[in-house]
Design a protein around this ligand. Sequence first.
Ligand code: AHM
Length: 326
Amino acid sequence: MDRRITLDEFIISNQHLNQNASGEFSGLLRHLGIASKIINRVVNKAGLLDILGLDGGINSTGDSVQKLDTYANELMIEYLKNSGICAGVASEENDEFIDFTIDSNIKSSYVVVFDPLDGSSNIDVNISVGTIFGIYKRLSHVDRPLDLHDFCQQGNKLVAAGYVLHGTSTMLVYTTGGPVNGFTYDRGIGEFCLSHPEMKIPEKGKYYSINQGYSNSFSEGINEYLKHMASNNTALRYIGSMVADVHRTLCLGGIFIYPGTLKSPEGKLRILYECNPLSMIIEKAGGKSINEKNQRILDSEVFNLHQKSSIIIGSKLDVDEVLLFI
Ligand code: AHM
């Protein structure tokens, strides 16, 4: 019988393989899977519900907040809080971290960082968006309130990272430090099923991905690289949803670049919620992820919750090629 392994079955059967995988950790992964399904249901029906458009607010990094951003954010927070196995969260949509230990007396060793709905400028026009998450072991003692250090950890300390791509089909891709596995959502049974075991990024790809419309404000090196790609007739693909652009890069190889610009000299994307989790996935799949100073993203020091970074991420040979120009 052709039977797919569900996400729950996979997490439970792999619990013993990972030193980090206590029941608590596995439970957290499963809760993230369930929260993703609920977000996916609403994303899919967004045009039918009064949930498209701007919420009216501006988030901590100055972006306009969409109604769906707010919905997904509140859902992730509520879900993780009610799980009883998450000590606290930091979200791209909140200025400060949220400590669940104070009023709920939760003793968990894990905190979760997430971007509830990445690529939100695409929501209203039915283009793929994503949810990104990372799990850290907290540094403070379980009997104490959380502090900033529990969240501002380098990406190399992540114990798990993943994303959900709400695309033509919905996929959840994650790693706990070993292989990267991809699960496709089967709406008929309401489960994520293993469809892409042990994903590997090709060493070299045929697409590059960057918002070339900002080239006036890129560094000379990045512009030299772009000229080189154009002279090679290399195809450009840019969706403007990092999860979707990185997912394509993971599957087909190639490179995604968001460099510093005049508007955001240090880059636009946030280390904690976007760069670190996606870098862990790409590295574990055999790729590479650095910033414009050729520093490994996962080794970046994190000083505040909303710190940004430039990023050059993708196939190893493609990232190395960019280095020849910058
Ligand atoms: P968001 O979190 O407000 O959705 O912004 C993040 C998104 C990324 O998904 C994407 O790669 C980038 O912003 C696109 O930015 P731009 O429109 O400047 O190219």
